[in-house]
Design a protein around this ligand. Sequence first.
Ligand SMILES: C[S@@+](CC[C@H](N)C(=O)[O-])C[C@H]1O[C@@H](n2cnc3c(N)ncnc32)[C@H](O)[C@@H]1O
Length: 249
Amino acid sequence: MDGMEYFYELFEALPRGGPGDNKSTKKAFNTIPKRPEQPLILDIGCGPGVQTIELAKLSNGRIIALDNHQAFLDKLTSNAKEEELLDHIVPTNISMLDMDFGENTFDIIWSEGALYFMGFQNGLRRCHQLLKNDGFLAVTELVYLVNNPPAPLIQYFEKEYPDIKPVKDKIDLIENERFHLITNFTLPESSWLDCFYLPMEEELTRLNKKYKSNKIALGIFEEMKNEINLYKKFSDFYGYEFFVMQRIN
Ligand SMILES: C[S@@+](CC[C@H](N)C(=O)[O-])C[C@H]1O[C@@H](n2cnc3c(N)ncnc32)[C@H](O)[C@@H]1O
């Protein structure tokens, strides 16, 4: 895609790479029963790692924090150092498509807003291989919150994310891929607005000025603004669902 550098300039300035919040990370983590005292965790698509740091605090484990964009990993490293948590975190620059960890390696796999980069179903299969027997997987995934979403939304996602489905369809998929669903819940609107889109709007105002005669940059920023407006208009109809599940052998 043309102009990826402007896209990254925007995202590198944001606290997180997608909707989410520490309260939801903690809520999901606390539903995992019988956790090892120091679990080995893989955080796929960790981005700047807000949830990685929260997981380090919650789990007292060791976390392989994996992303393929070095600037996000650098931000995670610096924040983890500040919080004196770097002993628990191994920032790792690998594509999730090229992970070569052994099978049955991890106690827990975490992925907030990122598993879809390998296709949700394919991601479930890969995590099933990498998890220990009875290991746990927690992911957030874009879903329709209703069975009959409005036509403009369907049109938009046919192009942007055709894999978006109602929650029930995602649960069927999870169960078909040999996981037992422990819980699922919808992220609150505040994790989209306060934690993601409001900081993005502020940054867009700054970048639109900085690149005021750069058509490519302005085109990218306009797409992001449209995404924000779409959410503000249709947030009753789609959202992120947290799914916490256990591997069945
Ligand atoms: C929506 S962001 C989520 C970031 C973070 N989990 C959060 O919730 O703030 C998706 C992340 O996946 C990463 N990503 C995209 N494709 C990837 C790939 N092939 N391998 C590893 N990471 C990837 C991006 O760099 C980005 O940091």
